[in-house]
Design a protein. Sequence first.
Length: 286
Amino acid sequence: MDCLLSVLERQSVPIDEIIVIDSASNDNTVDIAKKHKNVKIIEIKREQFNHGATRHNAFLESIGDIVCFLTQDALPLNEFYIENLVKPFSENPNIACVYGRQVARENACQTEKLLKEFNYPDKSFIRSKKDIEKFGIKAFFTTNVCSAYRRDCYLQVGGFKKVIVSEDMEIAYRFLMADFEIFYASNAVILHSHDYTLVSHFKRHFDISVFLKEHKQCDLGTVVEGIRSVIFCILNLLRRVKFLTVIYFILNSIAKLAGSIVGKSYRIFPKNLIKSMSGQKTWWEE
């Protein structure tokens, strides 16, 4: 957290305010944040956290015309991150959301690096309603790990909703339906990666499938996009003669597929079993 706040304080475009939402962490986040100037700290109970509702409340606490979101485990690559992230707003008044490029950390596994490469290419682009037919679910792809929103557009569509996960995809859908546009800024780069276990992959995709089950309007071509990412990674690993990594990646893919299949049928399972399969346990305690 200290490193992240220090990088944000050195950005080429000054940041008017920094709001830190702490959900009862035990890593001294609050004490560290208090050492930095112009940082507002909001503390909530761990069970109160929700990917959509918590971010929405943070948005309402902000004052800027452009509001940026960044997770605590993401680190801007350089001092131009914010400048590159917000620049598209000044060039196109119809852009409601801009999201940046995630690059895996140096110590991340090879498959994580390839998946980041697949999802976050080195060329910027823009998405609008007319792209939905061509790109399917990928038209709604954004990430609140590193994103920015135009305040009036955000409020016009109603802001983030209380969802289990994928609040960024859900609002992206509403932006496009309202004839706004979404911009991917490949030059706004952050370092961010996870080396998930097989169980973590299962739980994460279980939760995504629960989200898609409840928001069918976003579920356009999920299987096709998943197959594309698998083929991309396997071909790249084979070219690099990473045969053991291919086996590991296939196991990960099976775990993801299993989580997705089970998540789509979550309603047939008892609540205690659902909680054990989900990575968002507090969602099921309401």
